[in-house]
Design a protein around this ligand. Structure first.
Ligand code: UDP
Length: 347
């Protein structure tokens, strides 16, 4: 059986690493890289670090807007699918690449597999939320990382071939954990990432966030996502004028985990890092109004902060969180279980 996986953004390279390994054992596995993220430190570094096979197809996108990007990807994906005739298409998460792959496959009546299905923020201002809902509704085989995700799908009437399977990022973290050295021994610091449009696209908001980081009582190591760099420049903000912020280019996967593991707390609007902080037993402050990963909020491991940015410091200092028995989001062999289920579904 032939399966074509479609990836294009940083978190998808990471999610695909353990799945690709498992897939290759049971199927002909091909990969399309849509080129949504293309900088060396947002793309190639992950293929190298995680020892992944290079993609079989890679696009160079010209479009900037959501519609242009998604349409361009769809046109190119359709051609490949017609040519390759796979038994199934596999997509991850909630990016424009996910949606483009989902629509192209569904229209050609190729079976569609969605990993990280059923997540909802219930905030339709997030482009990701639109991508998730639409992808789930045209998928033939769905893998949910949590009971909450299963319930969300049930409420929307999506009940066929839905599996509770844990989170593939958890498999990766178990592999990586022994290698996570402290880059700054003896120095307290916070680790921050910000890239969601509602935090970066408004100059007042972007400035308020930089000021909030400036006011923390330990330095903030801040690998800056390309979209955030773009906005900071566009808004004529000077990140070097905030001496408490140590801005660095985006880092690789192992460095991201190392910085989190040895930090005094993680500050982020990333989806993946809320889970990683939890698994690494680090307190996380999520700079958002809501989260799809609500389980991490239990016992105080993760807190949502949006309007009251001045509360970041106090929240980081709050009492040690409650139990964290590592039980969230499945086992450490989620990818093997997923691939076995895919195999059983396709034969
Ligand atoms: N990450 C990374 N380098 C960085 C920042 C994050 O490798 O400079 C990793 C992070 O550890 C996690 C993933 O990227 O595994 C999360 O991706 P991102 O925040 O871009 O997307 P989201 O999870 O919000 O969809």
């Amino acid at each position: 059986k032939k399966i074509i996986s479609i990836i294009g953004a940083r978190p998808q390279f990471i999610k695909h690493a353990p799945i690709q390994l498992a897939l290759e054992r049971v199927a002909i596995s091909r990969t399309i890289h849509t080129g949504q993220h293309f900088d060396e430190n947002m793309s190639d570094i992950f293929f190298k670090e995680l020892k992944m096979n290079p993609p079989d197809y890679k696009f160079k996108l010209k479009g900037k807007s959501h519609a242009e990007q998604t349409a361009e990807m769809m046109v190119q994906i359709e051609k490949i699918l017609l040519n390759e005739q796979p038994e199934a298409v596999l997509v991850y998460g909630d990016t424009n690449s996910t949606l483009a792959g989902a629509l192209a496959a569904a229209k050609l009546q190729i079976r569609l597999i969605h990993i990280e299905a059923g997540l909802r923020s219930f905030n339709r201002e997030m482009p990701e939320e639109i991508n998730r809902v639409l992808t789930d509704h045209v998928s033939d085989l769905l893998f949910c990382p949590s009971e909450t995700a299963m319930t969300n799908l049930r409420v929307e009437g999506v009940t066929q071939n839905v599996h509770l399977c844990g989170d593939v990022m958890k498999d990766m973290i178990k592999i990586a954990e022994p290698f996570l050295k402290n880059h700054l021994p003896g120095k307290p610091y916070y680790f921050a990432t910000i890239h969601r449009p509602y935090n970066t696209d408004n100059p007042t908001r972007m400035k308020a966030l930089l000021e909030a980081f400036q006011n923390l009582k330990a330095p903030v190591i801040f690998p800056v996502h390309p979209r955030t760099t773009g906005r900071i420049t566009e808004f004529n903000l000077d990140i070097n004028s905030y001496p408490n912020i140590v801005s660095i280019p985006p880092v690789g996967y192992f460095d991201s985990l190392s910085y989190q593991r040895h930090s005094n707390g993680v500050i982020t609007d990333s989806g993946g890092m809320q889970k990683e902080a939890y698994w690494l037993r680090k307190k996380c402050l999520t700079i958002r109004k809501e989260t799809e990963w609500i389980e991490t909020l239990e016992h105080g491991w993760n807190h949502l902060i949006y309007d009251d940015l001045e509360k970041i410091q106090d929240s980081l200092f709050m009492e040690v969180p409650g139990p964290n028995n590592d039980m969230l989001y499945g086992s450490y062999t989620n990818s093997n279980e997923i691939v076995q289920t895919i195999y059983d579904f396709l034969i």
